[in-house]
Write a new protein. Structure first.
Length: 354
């Protein structure tokens, strides 16, 4: 095994030294243990850890949470020049529930995929509570629909960070659960491949979603996942209100003079409202730092498609039904276009560079 292991711990209630010795005996050559603000009662445990030659012990006086503990350990790893010796680091959630064979497979995946984020995918036994399985599936569906992240275990506590991606991972924001989920979102956003490796060890109910830090409820996780989409909805509502208002104004002006008044009104209204949409989405929703000119070109290419689709579909549906007002049809058509546009903007237009 040619990877270092990062093990953040806080008040370890299991046999920490026994777990570490087991990893070392199987071939782990370097373990960075982070004592994340444990109480004084655990000093004897960490004194024993410090005596293990393969271990480097970092002691944080105050509890920082898994995100900062992991970032501090990665910074330590780079400062010590371990990146010249090892191919990367494996983050291991500290309950002693991940076997050496699972960690070794993650290490091998780092060797084979030096540009990728590696996830150790847990297998859940039949005794895992139904609500925990459902919660995991909901998270998977949200990540897939809103962010295009395809993974079966987004909350895994076994992850591999090849040397090449460590600086990028350290720049990702968030704490605890949020940080772990943000890794996958940012990886997808910046075209960083995500490689899942199935664990041999089967996770039992007592191990699933057990964390070394206080649990965050599902609402916190889903709020974090939905934050960009909520901002996008706000942007769309303001843009939509402006768009529909302008559409009605232009319909009143153009209807007496032009047969194609619906399409023309759509184009004029969207041309004005799109200025607001572009500015807000780029700065507030997606925090894009991509090239402005390229983003503008892509955005207005999308706007052109939206206008033609909206104007064309509203015209066709209105002429076919004739009993539903144009504005009502436009609401239905534009809502459908809105859902499609979110994924297009996030994936192709407003991108960030780590």
């Amino acid at each position: 095994m040619n990877s270092a292991v990062i093990l953040p711990v806080q008040n370890p209630e299991y046999d920490l030294t026994g777990y570490i010795r087991d990893l070392v005996s199987n071939g782990v050559k370097k373990i960075i243990v982070v004592d994340d603000g444990s109480s004084d009662a655990y000093d004897p445990v960490f004194r024993e850890v410090k005596q293990i030659p393969e271990c480097d012990l970092m002691t944080l006086e105050d509890k920082t949470g898994v995100a900062w503990a992991l970032k501090d350990a990665m910074d330590y790893y780079m400062d010590k020049g371990y990146d010249k010796i090892y191919n990367g680091v494996a983050y291991v959630e500290p309950q002693g529930t991940y076997s050496f064979s699972d960690i070794d497979r993650v290490s091998e995946a780092m060797e084979e995929n030096p540009d990728s984020l590696i996830l150790g995918e847990r297998q859940f036994d039949d005794g895992v509570e139904k609500n925990k399985k459902i919660g995991n599936r909901i998270t998977i569906m949200i990540l897939s629909f809103l962010y295009g992240v395809k993974t079966k275990d987004p909350q895994t506590g076994l992850r591999g960070f090849p040397n090449k991606i460590i600086p990028k991972v350290m720049n990702i924001e968030g704490v605890d659960y949020q940080y772990m989920i943000n890794m996958e979102i940012e990886a997808q956003k910046h075209r960083m491949p995500i490689v899942s490796v199935k664990n041999e060890t089967v996770s039992t109910d007592s191990q699933v979603f057990t964390k070394p830090y206080p649990k965050k409820n599902a609402g916190f996780i889903y709020k974090n996942l939905m934050v960009h989409f909520i901002k996008y909805i706000v942007s769309a509502l303001v843009s939509f209100a402006l768009d529909v208002t302008l559409f009605q104004i232009f319909v009143g002006i153009l209807e007496p003079h032009y047969d194609a008044y619906i399409l023309m009104s759509t184009i004029f209204a969207r041309a004005i409202s799109s200025v607001w949409t572009f500015t807000f989405n780029r700065k507030v929703v997606f925090h894009s730092n991509d090239n402005l000119a390229i983003s503008l070109l892509k955005f207005y290419g999308l706007v052109a498609i939206q206008m033609l689709a909206s104007g064309g579909l509203v015209t066709i549906i209105f002429r076919a039904l004739k009993v539903i007002p144009e504005a009502v049809i436009k609401v239905i058509v534009d809502f459908t276009i809105f859902l499609i546009s979110y994924k297009v903007e996030k994936t192709f237009i407003f991108r960030q560079k780590l």
